[in-house]
Design a protein around this ligand. Structure first.
Ligand SMILES: Nc1ncnc2c1ncn2[C@@H]1O[C@H](COP(=O)(O)OP(=O)(O)OP(=O)(O)O)[C@@H](O)[C@H]1O
Length: 426
């Protein structure tokens, strides 16, 4: 019978990785020591076979080596998925950062799936200044002039280079993380980058429930259409946005538009909520207060449910990810999930559907995980306030010229060929 090797048994009789051996041999020794294979009918152990290796390159720099192995026939895919998670077998053994993947098209013109062990020369940095964020490859060099309709932001540095989030592909995002680990800095990176790359087309609605101090100054930016700093203001703002969205829905129906990406409409509206736990109704609250918070959560859920195709993007942040603070309706429709360090595996499961955020280092700020269909470990760029304001101050306009942009209270759609819309503040 062919069977998956019971690795604890083998570990007991494990051979040490020979000193001075090369990486490839070390990986093979790790396969043997951890039982990363099967025994065939004759009782002979079979391990993945080395096929090829390639350099891993970031820009002009060689940052590691990719080892491609063919797995023995009969090794089940479920075991491969398990093994992808046991990456520390390799990183501990090789004393290097490692990624393990099982995927197709690793070898040119070969659609078969192979086991890929990527060994990197160095780990992601503990500090990644914003000014080192490279030009995003999706933006043409003269993007700031042409205003190309791409909505990508930098998330951070990962082992393989730079990680980006594309709001056209994944319109909504949740962000979790215990206080002081980097959520606010991440939001500042997001807002700054969006404004720098889309000064004409981005509209920001900020719900800052941490007292309104952190984002108060943003009110002065021409792209910021409203800052709500308590649940009542949030409810009014969200009610206005919800009305806008319904109008827009009708407008899309009348024009046979199915998704904003395929229309001439250039504007995108970002609704940023920090700290969402303040919107969770509590037992001790008065009925009216509970209803108001419930309404906010309902509107935020609706934005993620139908807003994506209409050009609304939600970024929903919380320190305490629980089923109350991160409602299912929002989480299910937010396919990009960022988390910084969290206090428990349970909180991590709520935030990203798996454990891991509780194991992020406690002494590295801005270290996070990004979950889509896969999980990536990243270091978010550090953008200091003075640098941010140097970049943004040109977009500051006197409050009087902006009207009173506290809340969105009325919405009118103006039928222009470009499909631009008007938001009126009261
Ligand atoms: N990406 C980063 N790189 C390096 N240091 C960072 C990074 N992000 C945050 N820090 C450091 O950690 C401090 C706290 O970060 P931040 O204010 O973003 O935390 P937070 O999670 O939003 O906390 P709170 O919820 O209390 O506002 C920052 O002042 C900065 O010194």
């Amino acid at each position: 019978m062919i069977e998956w090797l019971a690795f604890p048994l083998l570990v007991a009789g494990a051979a040490a990785i020979p000193k001075g051996s090369n990486e490839r041999k070390s990986i093979q020794t790790i396969f043997e020591n951890t039982g990363y294979g099967i025994t065939n009918k004759k009782g002979e152990p079979q391990f993945p076979k080395f096929k090829k290796k390639y350099p891993i390159v970031d820009g002009k720099e060689e940052i590691g080596t990719k080892y491609v192995f063919q797995i023995p026939l009969g090794l089940p895919a479920t075991k491969m998925a398990e093994m992808e998670k046991k990456v520390h077998f390799f990183s501990d053994g090789l004393s290097r950062p490692v990624l393990v993947e099982f995927k197709a098209w690793v070898i040119p013109n070969d659609p078969r799936k192979y086991l890929v062990i990527k060994v990197f020369k160095k780990d992601i940095p503990n500090l990644f200044p914003y000014k080192l964020v490279p030009e995003c490859p999706v933006y043409p060099e003269d993007h700031k002039k042409t205003g190309e309709n791409k909505w990508v932001i930098p998330l951070g540095k990962v082992l393989e280079g730079m990680l980006w989030h594309d709001f056209e592909q994944i319109p909504h995002m949740t962000v979790a993380g215990t206080t002081r680990f980097g959520k606010t800095v991440f939001l500042k990176v997001l807002v700054t980058y969006l404004i720098e790359y889309h000064p004409q087309d981005v509209e920001l609605y900020i719900i800052d429930l941490k007292g309104g101090l952190e984002f108060g100054r943003y009110k002065l930016l021409e792209q910021v259409k409203g800052v709500a700093s308590n649940p009542m203001e949030a409810a009014i703002m969200l009610d206005g946005i919800h009305n806008q969205m319904q109008e827009k829905y009708k407008y899309f129906q009348e024009n046979f538009y199915t998704n904003i990406s395929n229309t001439p409409i250039k504007k995108r509206k970002f609704i940023i909520v920090d700290e969402a736990a303040q919107l969770a109704p509590e037992k001790w609250m008065k009925k009216e207060q509970k209803e108001m918070l419930g309404m906010c959560q309902y509107f935020l859920g609706e934005i993620t449910r139908i807003g994506g195709g209409l050009g609304y993007r939600e970024v929903f942040c919380t320190q305490y990810p629980t089923s109350d603070t991160l409602p299912r309706s929002i989480k299910q429709n937010s396919d990009g999930k960022v988390t910084f360090r969290l206090p428990s595996g349970y909180a991590s499961e709520v935030a990203i559907d798996e454990r891991g955020a509780e194991e992020l280092p406690s002494d590295v700020k801005g270290r996070g995980l990004y979950k889509t269909h896969e999980l990536q470990r990243m270091q978010v760029p550090l953008l200091e306030d003075h640098d941010m304001w140097k970049r943004l101050e040109r977009y500051q306009v006197p409050q009087s010229m902006k009207g009173a942009p506290e809340n969105v209270v009325e919405y009118r759609e103006k039928e222009e060929p470009a499909g631009e819309d008007l938001v009126k503040f009261g």
